[in-house]
Structure formats: C-alpha cells, structure tokens
Design a protein around this ligand. Sequence first.
Ligand code: AP5
Ligand code: MG
Length: 218
Amino acid sequence: MIYIFLGAPGTGKGTVSYLLNKKNNYKHISTGNIFRDLVKKNTKLGKKVREILKKGELINNELTFKVLLEEIEKYNLKKENIILDGYPRNIEQAEILFEYFNRYHKDLKISAINFELRNKIIIERLTNRLICPFCGKIYHKTFPELKPKKEWYCDDDKTKLITREDDKIKSIKKRLVIYDEKTKPLIEYFSEKGILIELDVNDTPNNIYEKVLKICQN
Ligand code: AP5
Ligand code: MG
C-alpha cells in the first residue's frame, strides 16, 4: 500500500510520518530527508544539492527519481505500508512514478492525502522548526506537543538541534511559490485518478495522526 503525502512545506507531513513510523511501523520515504543526507556527505553532488535546497528550488526529476527508486526497492510494496513524503512534486514526477508502478508493481493500492493549511500558519510553523541533525527528528520551538524536553536538544539522542537552511523566510516564500506553480496541480491530477483524500491539518499533531491513521486503515 502506498500513501502519497501531498501538501505545501510546513503542513506537517514529516511529523505525521514520524508518528506513523514509530507507532505503526509505516515505512517513511522522504526525498527531502534523502537529499539532506546527501548534503551531509559533502561530495561534489552533495554541495550542488545543498545550493539548490538552500534556495528552496526543486532538484531535477531524473536525480529525484533515482534516489527515490533506491529507497523504494528496499521494501515489499504489496505487504508494507509505505509513505511517500514529498514525492511526486510535479506532474512529470507523478507520471514517472505511475509508469514505474504500472510496469513493475501492477495492482498496487495507492492513495494521495492532501495536507491543507493556510500560508500564515505554515510560515509560523516553519520559522519555529528545529531538527536533529543526527536522527532527523522534527521539533517546534514552542508548540507544547512538539518542543524538545530540554531546550535545543534532541529527546532521543541528546544531539544539539539546528534550524534547516531552507527555513529562512526568503527560502520559505520561494518554496511556497514553487508549491503553487508545480505541486498544486497534482491535487487535480490525483482527483481525476480517483485517489485523492483532502485533509485539513489545522489541528494538533496527535489529532492529525489519528485522522491520518483512520484514513489509512479504511
Ligand atoms: P522537504 O524536506 O520535503 O521539504 P518541504 O516539502 O518543504 O516540507 P517540509 O519538510 O518543510 O514540511 P513538512 O510538511 O514535512 O512539515 P514538518 O512535519 O517538518 O524538501 C526539501 C527540499 O528537498 C525541497 O525544497 C527540494 O529542494 C528538495 N526535494 C524534496 N523532494 C523533492 C522532489 N520530489 N523533487 C524535487 N526536489 C525535491 O512540520 C513543520 C513544522 O511544523 C515543524 O516545526 C513541526 O514541529 C511543526 N508542526 C507539525 N505539525 C504540527 C501541528 N499539527 N501543529 C503545530 N505545529 C506542527
Ligand atoms: Mg518534511
């Protein structure tokens, strides 16, 4: 079973994915996380990716599908629950993905959940985001359910938390524009395929988690 998590940056896709992975063993594939790991390697490619991420632009479709494929092929797509968080990000990526599924994984059940939130709240969430550079866990500086127990330190591995390079306001605005131009058309695309589920995510993380789990178990 494949669950595509669609939605603008900062709508909480990574946060819900973390909970579904921890509590229900859903496999979480985030192309953003894969690229951030690539940046850490500091290779020539890593440096190139870093510049693109920092500006808030999209990585090219070819490289993105290559890194996605390397990850997706680790799993049994028929038996496991797989979350695709942040892929596809434009119509061409969706077509590449469906062509791959049609060719190699016929009859796979696919749903796309669209995380809906106003830009004002998105900006508040992103400018207060902290992440653990070691395990990737996502925090919010002040939100009760999401703030670290010890300020600026990861609850799980005690690593000092950092802010994401693309959580500067200029980069956030750029990502929101790119979302409107490139990613939003996927809402209609998935709707036409009959696999779209709309979800208002202006709620607490635990409530969102419960709602998403219910959708997935239906
Ligand atoms: P990616 O990592 O996917 O970033 P994004 O889409 O911009 O989304 P975010 O991770 O910023 O938001 P999220 O929805 O996961 O929210 P989160 O749970 O963190 O991609 C990064 C970059 O990689 C892209 O810009 C691009 O360059 C590249 N890339 C990735 N995929 C690509 C692709 N397919 N093609 C090309 N390029 C690609 O939560 C956000 C904040 O809100 C946190 O502080 C969190 O604590 C807080 N929060 C979460 N839920 C709640 C809640 N319910 N209430 C209050 N606060 C909440
Ligand atoms: Mg994310």
